[in-house]
Write a protein of this length. Structure first.
Length: 60
């Protein structure tokens, strides 16, 4: 599973710095919950956070 295009995610957040903060916070939540929502254990929490940002599931 590849990461979504960086340009798409920056367009959603408005700033690459905000993108990093948002992805880090969401990845931390996923890690603390101890579950993966995709069912694939090889997908990292940061990648899941990036996909959620790209899909518009996370807002600022």
């Amino acid at each position: 599973m590849n990461q979504p295009p960086l340009e798409d995610m920056i367009a959603k957040t408005g700033s690459k710095y905000l993108l990093v903060v948002l992805a880090a916070k969401r990845a931390r939540q996923i890690t603390e919950a101890g579950t993966t929502f995709s069912g694939d254990k090889s997908v990292k929490p940061v990648t899941l956070a990036f996909y959620e940002i790209q899909q518009g599931k996370l807002t600022v």
